[in-house]
Design a protein around this ligand. Structure first.
Ligand code: GLU
Length: 482
């Protein structure tokens, strides 16, 4: 058997982190088994689906490296298939037309509420006579198509994450609408549960892997497979992603779509790596950094948690940092250029390429998100720097001005500055001025960068020197200290 799985997003919003994580698990499972990963766009909800969301979803999956083998197919182009299946169910006597008006349904729900019962359809039109049907049609009533749910059934399946699951059919809300209202014997717009089952059958899906919020749908869908006389696939319900308070991560938590994470400066490699860890761990649980391919080799549902996965920003930042620190400057620079442009820094990306790369090399090890590069590199792009309060304090410390003066003098003997030469200057001034190295390092950083934290000091200095910026800066700092 070839494993065939799918991701089936609804284009009613941008690609959500939850959907993306489900896509990751599907992708990992497919690749682990040498199977197929299929993309299906579930756009039957015409009022809420939008082409720009589809575009965002395709872009997001591509950016994350979750390449698919078939699709995208669009449910909106497959309506005939769903109508045929609905007709089959009608022909088999497993579905029927139901003519209730909205007011009648409302009245039924109010009565149920009054009796403190859970709202459900009471199946009142399940056994209409042809005469009753004809009378409703003569009235011009519209009919939805309902699928018969036998309340006595218990639906049981062996979930790949959660083990044996069972659901009482009597808790499914009565006979289920599978096609929206229409008149004159036509079949209206097919609805979600039917369309999914028809597609999963048609696309020969072997494993349905999706979020645990779909468990009740699974119970309904298993009944539909049986009614259509088809084999039921395996199901795997993955844990939800939770916010810091332990509630389901939602739009209210701010950033939730993949394009937002991209804008915030996360790399796709880090984000996708982080998502593999949202509910799964490698057999060696200390191993946390891997490519999708590496994770695919190790992936199994045995190591997927039942409990919800808490979204941990600190961990994502840490992982992103790991990727940025390890990234070659030639690659990092391409990711940084858009941020530098947006910040209005002046440079020519072709002519200044090697200088820009050096800058990327200097700050790479200090980055955890790409936009931080703007503040970290401002000192290389601008003639002078603004001093932070701490940097001003540092320059006022006893001996600070003196060591900076020493460095200025020592620099006179260096037209070029290598890291070794820079270290030697520091050593020389330490001896000459009889001060601790820490004072020199802190004062030099404050003087050169206007800050007390930042990327590697020696490398920053060498780069500033190569642009002829260091001496003037040191002099400016002396004025600050006065
Ligand atoms: N369209 C559904 C959603 O976006 C997917 C359901 C499924 O995977 O079966 O949640």
């Amino acid at each position: 058997m070839t494993v065939r799985v799918r991701i089936a997003p609804s284009p009613t919003g941008n690609l959500h982190i939850g959907t993306a994580r489900t896509a990751v698990f599907n992708w990992l499972f497919a690749r682990h088994h040498g199977g197929q990963f299929i993309l299906r766009i579930e756009d039957t909800d015409q009022t809420r689906s939008r082409p720009e969301y589809t575009e965002n979803i395709l872009e997001g999956l591509t950016w994350l490296g979750l390449n698919w083998d078939e699709g995208p197919s669009y449910q909106s182009k497959r309506l005939d298939l769903y109508r045929q299946a609905t007709q089959t169910l009608l022909d088999k006597g497993l579905a029927y037309r139901s003519y209730d008006t909205e007011a009648e349904l409302e009245e039924m729900r109010t009565a149920q509420k009054g009796r403190k019962e859970a709202p459900r359809y009471d199946n009142r039109h399940r056994n209409l006579t042809p005469e009753q049907q004809a009378a409703f049609e003569a009235e011009g009533r519209q009919a939805v198509i309902r699928f018969i749910i036998d309340d006595n059934r218990e639906i049981v399946w062996n979930d790949l994450v959660r083990g044996k699951l069972s659901w009482k059919a009597s808790d499914l809300g009565g006979d289920m609408v599978i096609a929206r209202a229409s008149v004159g014997g036509a079949i209206g717009q097919p609805l979600y549960n039917l369309a999914v089952v028809v597609d999963d059958i048609d696309m020969k899906i072997t494993h349905v892997i999706r979020g645990e919020d779909h468990i009740a749908n699974t119970a309904k869908q298993i009944l539909l497979y049986e009614a259509l006389g088809e084999a039921v696939p395996e199901f795997s319900h993955t844990p939800l992603i939770l916010n810091e308070k332990g509630a389901k991560l939602s739009k209210r938590d701010g950033v939730t779509s993949i394009s937002d994470f991209k804008k915030m400066g996360f790399t796709p490699e880090a984000l996708v790596n982080y998502m593999t860890l949202l509910g799964w761990s490698a057999p060696d649980s200390t191993q946390e950094i891997f490519t999708l391919e590496e994770a695919a080799k190790l992936f199994s549902f045995e190591r997927v948690n039942k409990a919800g996965a808490k979204f941990d920003w600190a961990k994502l930042d840490w992982l992103n940092g790991q990727y940025l620190h390890a990234m070659p400057a030639e690659k990092l620079v391409d990711l940084l250029i858009p941020y530098w442009k947006e910040a209005g820094f002046e440079f020519d990306q072709d002519r200044d390429r090697s200088w820009l790369e050096q800058m990327a090399a200097v700050i790479g090890p200090s980055l955890s998100r790409l936009p931080q590069a703007v503040d970290m590199t401002r000192m290389f792009f601008t003639e002078s720097v603004e001093f932070s309060a701490e940097a001003t304090d540092q320059m006022k410390k006893e001996g600070a001005a003196d060591v900076i003066q020493g460095i200025i003098e020592a620099l006179d003997n260096h037209s070029e500055l290598t890291p070794v030469a820079a270290q030697e200057i520091i050593k020389q001034v330490t001896t000459e001025k009889k001060v601790k190295k820490g004072l020199i390092m802190r004062s030099l950083r404050a003087a050169l960068t206007g800050d007390v934290h930042g990327p590697d000091l020696i490398e920053s200095w060498v780069l500033l020197h190569s642009s002829g910026l260091d001496k003037a800066r040191l002099q400016q700092a002396l004025a600050q200290a006065a």
